[in-house]
Design a protein around this ligand. Sequence first.
Ligand code: SP5
Ligand code: ZN
Length: 343
Amino acid sequence: MDLFYSADHVFQNGGAELNKGSLVPCFENPTRADIVLSAVQSAGIGTVQSAGDHGLEPLHRVHDPRYLEFLEHFWDEWSRAGRDWDALPAVCRPAAGRSGLIPTTIDGKLGYFAFGVDSPIVAGTWRAATAAVKVALSTVASAADRGEAAFGIARPPGHHAGPDYFGGYCFLNNAAAAAQDFLDRGCRRVAILDVDYHHGNGTQDIFYRRSDVLFVSIHADPRTAFPYYWGHGDETGAGPGEGANLNLPLPRGTQWPVYSEALGRAADRIARVHAEALVISLGLDTYEGDPLSGFRLQSEDFVRLGQGIAAMALPTAFLLEGGYAIDALGANAANVLRGYLGR
Ligand code: SP5
Ligand code: ZN
């Protein structure tokens, strides 16, 4: 299996995030990708390659150009204004206020493109986030060319980033760019299966009105878990995309038997739409020891998850999303891939 990594992920290194009312070190930090890299290397799963440059065309097909312009240049504007710490928004544009008028003041602009205040923009955010997209596109190139699976150690993660907003530690939607790239390479329909503990609201939003990408997500019920306002079972897509969005929210405390039933429902739907490729938003924060989350999957369950995904029998791009239990993150990632490979 080809594995892709970019050392540029280290440039996303926020100083702190708000958690339970306190500023704490960022859960989403550079140690994560390096731990996953060394775990998959020592498990002998495949050869790790540096992400190649496939251009960023798919990125422009899933994000608003004004948002990309903002994200690329905002740090310069922030530092020119004399701000001397991470750019953390104090306000967020409500979903109801998506009317298109971007404020001209620096703080108004920052909040316009934010849906949460948990994701510091730093000097290297653009460099790291575009590197993660390059990892995702290299992963797709391998999966499409070889007709098998590849794994991208994408960091920062992407599934909360929408067409024109960041939040939930996500800036650019790696999985959405990957799905778009599969389509641009000739697939007629692509499925995204998001197994992160948190609902992939950004990915859902990007494809909500489209029928060429099926979005299926297994996640914690948003009534009790971030991102709170998206991820309910009655969000089924709209317009031409009606029926191409499947949310499978599960209660806090969910263990493998219940999780496995949801995985079966996800597999049935993916089979029914005749998807020609699969993108896995591989969050590992469903693990029982995750410090942010509330499911109770055990390390061995990730082998079963990999087996379930292998049974879908599609060219597959695995992309890292969340997962914050540093001690087990590498082993859990390797277990998914071992299960997939039948080892
Ligand atoms: C990619 C990803 O996994 N993003 C998750 C972002 C979650 N950010 C806020 C989480 C708030 C959770 N509340 C703390 C509960 C601690 N038990
Ligand atoms: Zn998550």
